[in-house]
Design a protein around this ligand. Structure first.
Ligand code: DGL
Length: 264
């Protein structure tokens, strides 16, 4: 048993999709969340920049004596996870490996075609493709950056004709290729899940936030490091204005939360 918190970071508010999934899967765990809102977006930045920011985020989380660091941001997971694992003693897990593993499981009995949608930096890193190919070289991977999805979600434009046409524009090549599954390779994309499902009928949707929370549960169980609390506490920190974050956080978590602004 280990009642220390799990530390989660993201470039901003999107990582709350991972917090939501973690709270459903592991309700007894305390969670410390850091949204690096002063430097968001990470998805357009260079690998070295994202790595530097990610190191600072983990250093901040370590002040809370965390038992596990979770990289909720797909871009940070793609660019920095290996560096973070080497640099810190605390176990670090990113969203790429669990998401890739779930997608390969689904596709191994089907066409063996997996689509990945993500930020430009995640696609450029090829991280999902590399992990998929580590598990099964014969899988075909189609990658598509969808940079407009993040601002649409943050503007709460997740329904209606405009977002439907953006989804169609980005996903039409994927639709024509008859893929088995699609990985939502960005923190914000789970909020567009129903629109994506409607357009790509019959395609299995992998939500990396769900994949990682199940993987964290498995890992903590194995190490006998689960909390024995009934209900864990969530503490949120941001590096920019807390009010902006609060409004958006409601959309992601359906719940009012307390947020503190910090400098890292
Ligand atoms: N959190 C980022 C990701 O999952 C999306 C937002 C950003 O570009 O920082 O890739």
């Amino acid at each position: 048993m280990d009642n220390r918190p799990i530390g989660v970071f993201d470039s901003g508010v999107g990582g709350l999709t991972v917090v939501k999934a973690l709270r459903q899967t592991l309700p007894g765990e305390d969670i410390i969340y850091l949204g690096d809102t002063a430097r968001v977006p990470y998805g357009t930045k260079a690998r070295s920049t994202v790595t530097r920011f990610s190191i600072e985020c983990v250093q901040f989380l370590l002040k809370f004596n965390i038992k596990q660091a979770v990289v909720a941001c797909n871009t940070a997971s793609s660019c920095a996870v290996e560096t973070l694992k080497k640099r810190f003693d605390v176990p670090v897990m990113g969203v790429i490996e669990p998401g890739a593993r779930d997608a390969v499981k689904i596709s191994s009995s089907k066409n063996k075609k997996i689509a990945v949608i993500a930020t430009r930096s995640t696609v450029k890193s090829n991280a999902y493709q590399k992990h998929i190919h580590k598990l099964d070289k014969s899988v075909m991977v189609l990658q598509q950056p969808c940079p407009l999805f993040v601002p649409f979600v943050e503007e709460n434009m997740i329904k209606g004709a405009i977002i439907e046409s953006v989804v169609k524009e980005y996903l039409k090549a994927i639709k024509s290729k008859n893929v088995d599954s699609i990985i939502l390779g960005c923190t914000h994309y789970p909020l567009l899940k129903s629109i994506i499902a409607k357009y790509l009928k019959g395609v299995h949707i992998i939500d990396s936030s769900k994949s990682i929370s199940i993987e964290i549960k498995r890992t903590l169980e194995k190490k006998q490091m689960l909390s024995n609390k009934k209900q864990g506490i969530l503490k949120c920190f941001v590096t920019d204005d807390a009010n902006n974050f609060k409004t958006m956080a409601l959309m992601f978590l359906d719940k009012d939360i307390s947020i503190k602004r910090v400098q890292i």
